[in-house]
Design a protein around this ligand. Structure first.
Ligand SMILES: NC(=O)c1ccc[n+]([C@@H]2O[C@H](COP(=O)([O-])OP(=O)(O)OC[C@H]3O[C@@H](n4cnc5c(N)ncnc54)[C@H](OP(=O)(O)O)[C@@H]3O)[C@@H](O)[C@H]2O)c1
Length: 412
């Protein structure tokens, strides 16, 4: 890539998550030129002060650039993309603001990573920009935050460490976190409102049947898990859809055996299961009407039993948070002679992927590690709109996470 003024620009650096990403970029990407972008210069200058405060003498704030860019001004977005090698996008909801940034990155030959968990947005980008990104040799990689790094990369690691051939896996998410910011809440409301378009996109993306091996894995409705010692429900976030796109791509393009996968979310008691069910029903019903959406938008605390709030979690709450995802994998000691008529799996392995607070600390760690990986490592694909596991397998991405308090352990 030709010389550009910046290596990494964090777009949306003044947002709740963007500020964490900005600090993380300056902290971990020493020797790289970092820019902070957003629509309000004064807010970005405040972020520079926060970085100085958090990193002290470890940071030379004179080296941090400021770039004013606003989604309402297309040329400012193109100009931002022209100035850097990678854009780290933290401006959401992505269904409103993301596509312009992706299109501009592809046009300018700039790499792109983001923290979205919105399947519709990711799939739109794949359908519209994959070919052009591949031709330009740029990597456009969404879902580089808690959605969906642990699921997508965790499954890839489970596959690499499995003593044989992995063909199916389930994962259980355990979250220790008190509250989350309004930006994520807004994103959830509008993703549920547009849930049907995701299924239509699948017809374009998954043109062929995925050739899974072994007995078909079935999605369970929920209940009590003895292995986790917690109640569980199917996870309705982006992870299953991101993983499915990885499995399809790896199978079609690299002829790797696809892995069947379902994800579950765990809660400590049946009381939480009931709260989730109530929230789910209310969300489903109210997102059908514009007044219902307004109601949801205006009263986050009321509808989520205090989980989401406009002011976001406190620093203490964030520092006390953590997560783990436990994978239980099944497969075969030796590759079955026939993929279509394999018998019952005869091998299993479990893996734990754990880390600090998920939404802000871990998410910012991941998205910055993703940008560094694109800049510094040999990537196995020549470009395209890719999922994290397809883009970052066989790189030092996981090592970067492990240096930042992420642990990956085989359990048996
Ligand atoms: N993957 C994950 O696990 C994960 C974790 C956290 C967040 N997220 C996602 O990240 C997104 C941001 O969440 P958040 O809590 O950080 O939200 P937030 O605090 O509201 O931040 C939103 C950012 O977008 C910027 N923005 C809004 N409209 C803009 C425009 N027209 N032009 C330029 N910038 C604009 C805001 O700029 P101003 O500061 O100028 O208002 C702000 O920097 C959400 O979609 C959320 O779902 C994902």
């Amino acid at each position: 890539m030709e010389h550009r003024p910046y290596d990494i620009i964090v777009y949306g650096a003044s947002g709740f998550t963007g500020q964490f990403a900005a600090v993380e970029a300056v902290r971990t990407c020493k020797g790289k030129k970092i820019g902070l972008a957003g629509r309000t210069k004064a807010k970005l200058q405040e972020v520079v002060k926060r970085i100085e405060k958090e990193l002290g003498s470890d940071c030379d704030s004179k080296d941090i650039g400021i770039v004013v860019a606003d989604n309402k001004n297309e040329e400012s977005i193109r100009e931002m993309c022209r100035q850097t090698k990678v854009v780290v996008n933290c401006v959401g909801p992505f269904r409103w603001y993301g596509e312009l940034v992706v299109a501009s990155c592809v046009e300018m030959g700039t790499n792109y990573v983001d923290i979205t968990g919105e399947p519709e947005f990711m799939q739109t980008c794949q359908i519209k920009y994959h070919k052009a990104a591949e031709e330009k040799g740029v990597h456009i990689v969404s879902a580089c935050g808690f959605d969906s790094i642990p699921a997508d990369m965790g499954l890839e690691i489970l596959r690499e460490r499995f003593p044989g051939v992995l063909t199916a896996a389930e994962s259980y998410i355990h979250i220790r976190s008190k509250r989350a910011n309004y930006g994520t809440y807004l994103t959830i409301i509008h993703s549920v409102q547009n849930r049907n378009s995701v299924k239509d996109q699948h017809k374009t993306i998954f043109r062929q049947k995925i050739p899974y091996t072994g007995p078909r894995l079935r999605l369970r409705n929920g209940g009590f898990s003895n292995s986790e010692n917690r109640w569980f429900i199917p996870f309705l976030g982006a992870d299953p859809s991101v993983v499915k796109r990885t499995q399809y791509y790896e199978s079609m393009v690299h002829d790797r055996m696809p892995v069947q996968y379902f994800a579950y979310f765990t809660v400590p008691s049946i009381f939480y299961m009931i709260c989730f069910a109530i929230f789910g029903v209310v969300l489903f019903v109210l997102t059908k009407f514009s007044f219902g959406i307004k109601l949801l938008e205006n009263h986050p605390k009321f509808f989520t039993f205090g989980t989401f709030c406009k002011e976001g979690p406190t620093r203490k709450e964030i520092d006390e948070g953590s997560f783990k995802i436990v994978f239980h994998g099944k497969g075969y000691k030796k590759e079955p002679e026939s993929r279509t008529s394999a018998g019952r799996p005869d091998q299993s392995m479990s893996l734990k992927f754990s880390g600090p607070e998920a939404g802000y600390i871990f998410t910012s760690t991941c998205v910055v590690a993703a940008a560094a990986t694109i800049l510094d490592d040999n990537l196995i694909n020549k470009g395209g709109v890719l999922t994290p596991a397809s883009a970052f397998r066989k790189t030092k991405f996981v090592e970067r996470l492990e240096k930042r308090n992420v642990k990956i352990e085989v359990m048996n």
